[in-house]
Design a protein around this ligand. Structure first.
Ligand code: URA
Length: 303
């Protein structure tokens, strides 16, 4: 397709083609490659923000063309924070951040009193879903759980065995740890909202595939639009990938506040990963303190 391009331009173009393909945007595959477009890619892709980006406009990190795309490699929750990153450790003050410009209005706010009904409408629309292959192994669809007016929302990857059995998110071991994390923030689980990238359990708890995520996340995004949380916490790389639309190592996404659909998005480790590597809990707690700061919650006094 792009054989006439010099190797650097060609590689830059292919990288972005793969990236957009990962997002489910296959349309531009089918069009002849416009050399001007290819040059624009090579120059960093400015001006090529797709529809997928429109909710992330304020996050310069997403518009930075040099985001490392990790080809087919899985950027799982299981990935240690290898890259250095500016990160507030527990004993250091959380650095102040510049205020965001006003959040974009995604959809007109639904009055708080109507949000439960609005979520139910989404649930009804999903119905006994067979839109992707995950329904084949499902016992119960896991829509989401918590307060329809939550100021804080967590997004995980997908239901595990316990969640599949109960129809509720984060009710297994990872859920117990998440409950503890919520309690450490001074909140009750009923005060927050919890959902996942996919609503049906992937076989063997594997990472949801592209088509599964692409089929299911529109419903998640609509839930977010109804609830309009002030702060969203992406639990693990899968949630971060689908919310931010960029596949990056977790380490590069943590320690700062992103913008997503009018919410302040914070990325942290998945509780299942923290169960496997409890040493990272300290870093996860630093993430949660950023969320607390955004919510105006009282930070615990230093010992
Ligand atoms: N892991 C997730 O990502 N979500 C759940 O609901 C449970 C475990």
């Amino acid at each position: 397709m792009a054989q006439s391009l010099d190797p650097t331009t060609r590689e830059a173009l292919l990288t972005r083609v793969r990236f957009y393909r990962d997002l489910g945007l296959t349309e531009f595959y089918r069009r002849p490659v416009d050399p001007a477009l290819a040059a624009q890619f090579a120059a960093g892709g400015q001006g090529l923000a797709s529809e997928n980006w429109k909710y992330s406009d304020q996050d310069q990190t997403l518009r930075t063309p040099s985001f490392p795309l990790l080809s087919a490699e899985r950027v799982g929750d299981h990935e240690p924070a290898s890259a250095p990153h500016a990160y507030p450790l527990e004993d250091q003050p959380i650095p102040p951040r510049k205020p965001f410009p006003a959040a974009p209005e995604i959809v007109a706010a639904i009055p708080a009193a109507d949000r439960a009904a609005a979520l139910q409408l989404i649930r009804d629309e999903i119905g006994d879903c067979t839109r992707c292959a995950l329904h084949k192994g499902r016992n119960k669809l896991v829509f989401g759980d918590g307060s329809p007016t939550a100021r804080l929302m967590f997004v995980g990857e997908g239901p595990g065995a316990d969640e599949d059995a109960q129809g509720l998110p984060f009710v297994g071991k990872a859920g117990q740890l998440l409950n503890n994390m919520i309690a450490a923030m001074g909140l009750r689980r009923e005060e927050v909202y919890i959902a996942n990238v996919v609503k049906c359990r992937p076989p063997g708890n594997r990472v949801p595939e592209q088509e599964e995520g692409a089929t299911c996340t529109p419903f998640l995004f609509r839930q977010i639009d109804v609830i309009r949380p002030q702060v969203l916490v992406a639990l693990g790389a899968t949630a971060a990938t689908w919310l931010l639309g960029a596949r990056q190592p977790l380490a590069g996404l943590r320690g700062r506040v992103h913008a997503f659909r009018g919410a302040q998005l914070i990325v942290t480790y998945h509780p299942a990963y923290l169960l496997r590597d409890p040493r990272q809990k300290k870093e996860a707690w630093a993430d949660l303190q950023i969320a607390m700061r955004e919510l105006g919650l009282k930070l615990p006094a230093k010992a």
